[in-house]
Design a binder for this molecule. Sequence first.
Ligand SMILES: [Fe+2]
Length: 289
Amino acid sequence: MNVVVQQPTLAVTKLTPNMGVEITGIDLNKPLDSATRQRLIDALHEHIFIVVRDQHFTPDQFIAAGRLFGKLQEQDQPEIYGLPGYPEIRQVSNMHKDKSGNIAKYSPEWHTDHTHYTIPPKYTALYPVTLPTDTIGGGTSFCNTRLGYARLPDDLKQKITPMKTVNVLAGSAARNAKSTSVEGMQAGNKNTAIQPLVRTHPDHGSKAVYFHPKKTENVIGMTPEDTQDMLDDLMVRMVQPDTTYTHQWRMGDFLMWDNRSSLHKAGNNYDKSQLRLFYRIIVEGEKPM
Ligand SMILES: [Fe+2]
């Protein structure tokens, strides 16, 4: 039987008025009572992302911490980006390069994860293994697309709410970028997932704009070109100073975000000669509705 450890020092502090909380005074390596676990999940749903400070994980412990939030999904391309022996962990780093010598799987543009999966992950979590010594750069940015949706004019809400996106590994905008890594990715365009452009959060009940610009081939009934023009406009409406936040990493951060209500992107502004390495896990979601 698990010994449940009370962790009365747990504190939840807002990072910005519109998203993100810092959680201190808790050790995710110790068994949690169900009320504390639910408090973490509720904070994640309400505040889009949580940063649990001062955690110390082996790969097994990181996986166990992730399982507090649900069932983990195995990562794709484990032969390149995986951590041997740990199919649930992907290594996100600047050490992997594409054929052009650029950082592979870099994700410097706003997106939500894996919309080309029929059932995309509901949460993603990162844990830093090695960070550049420049602590100012290399942050990860988040955008609250629930707030972005709420602020849209009513006629635009009505127009986009019934729309469905066709999602592939490398969609029309990615093809237009014509990078070497994208050409390789197009070979993986066999699978198509249809997703709602406006998604209702199954636990929180709120609606959010939901798309990955570079995995969207088109909106059903629209050309790829018209689709990308509309998504460009929606992106500008989503990404505003008070709907976004850049997290500056500290060693020991366990950061988990809710893909159903947010966009994220990797930071670019740091010394690339220094290693930047995270472990990433993803938590199984549900069919977006
Ligand atoms: Fe991502």
